[in-house]
Design a protein around this ligand. Structure first.
Ligand SMILES: [Fe+2]
Length: 296
């Protein structure tokens, strides 16, 4: 596959799984600004990629080392954004607003929270240097891309399907299902175990759930009060900041935290299955627990 086609396959998959397209297919057919080709000729023919949740300069050196030993890796795919993909991360948070409103949060409240989130996150992002990998990839002549929200959309879709297909009577039942996901089994074996933030007994009814897996950044902790008011009882998420966990507890919500590496791996695995079908060989790197759902 060409480098550009590898990228486009991820974006198309992300659009297919975008919650804004659930009701009205094709409603959102735009880009995700935290997904971008950082380096490499778009027309370059690629046979083998190193794919990881996080890529730093050390991964580029690792790939060079592996290639010196004959690995034949043609490019690197990072899930977490870098370069312009990182500086433009706030361009994707509108998905979160759509999700909140879909579950009944008042539009004016959602607008206010999202506006503050974007402003604060932009201040934080602009104090950072996200150019290290970009510079190194050019010096080492290694193609690199980052593909973030498109993949998180896949994760959102994966968990929504689970909760649409099954009706779990208790929080404990839902948690058991999460624990049985292959990626969660693999992360758990490394000590990275899903957990429940709860205000009630796990044998209590699950109540109304909201899957919160996409939209670029951790939400502002003020949203949890509004989600509780909208009737949500349990959040299904990959990770939250400590401030957000405290706000979840304060607002008497439950949350199943499925695990950051497990969830990002689910999205990358579904994407990697498609790439393998296109003839690409995958080398799983930092934080990426490879599990095939379809054989190549
Ligand atoms: Fe992530």
């Amino acid at each position: 596959m060409k480098w550009q086609d590898i990228f486009n396959t991820g974006i198309k998959l992300g659009q297919e799984c975008d919650i804004r397209n659930y009701q009205d297919s094709g409603k959102y057919d735009g880009d995700y600004n935290d997904c971008t080709i950082i380096n490499g000729d778009p027309g370059l023919e690629i046979k083998k990629v190193y794919t990881a949740i996080d890529v730093e300069v050390s991964e580029l050196l690792l790939v060079r080392e592996l290639n010196d030993k004959g690995a034949g890796i043609d490019g690197i795919i990072s899930h977490h954004p870098m370069g312009s993909g990182a500086y433009r991360l706030t361009d994707v948070v509108d998905i979160q607003k759509y999700n909140w409103e879909r579950y009944g949060v008042n539009q004016k409240i959602a607008d206010g929270i999202i506006e503050r989130m974007i402003e604060e996150e932009n201040i934080e992002l602009r104090s950072r240097n996200f150019l290290a990998v970009e510079s190194a990839s050019k010096l080492l002549e290694i193609p690199v891309m980052c593909i973030h929200t498109a993949i998180d959309n896949v994760v959102q879709n994966f968990f929504e399907k689970i909760f649409n297909k099954n009706s779990f009577s208790t929080l404990g039942d839902a948690f058991k299902k999460i624990e049985s996901i292959p990626e969660c089994i693999k992360t758990s074996a490394s000590g990275d175990i899903p957990f429940i933030v709860k205000k009630i007994n796990i044998d209590s009814p699950l109540g109304k759930i909201m899957v919160d897996m996409t939209g670029g950044v951790d939400p502002d902790s003020d949203i949890f009060k509004s989600l509780k008011k909208a009737g949500i009882n349990t959040l299904i998420a990959m990770h939250y900041s400590l401030d957000n966990i405290k706000a979840i507890k304060k607002n008497k919500l439950n949350a199943i935290i499925c695990g950051h590496m497990a969830c990002d791996s689910i999205g990358l695995n579904i994407y990697s299955d498609l790439l393998e079908q296109g003839g690409i060989e995958i080398v799983a790197g930092s934080g990426f627990y490879r599990h095939r759902r379809i054989s190549s």
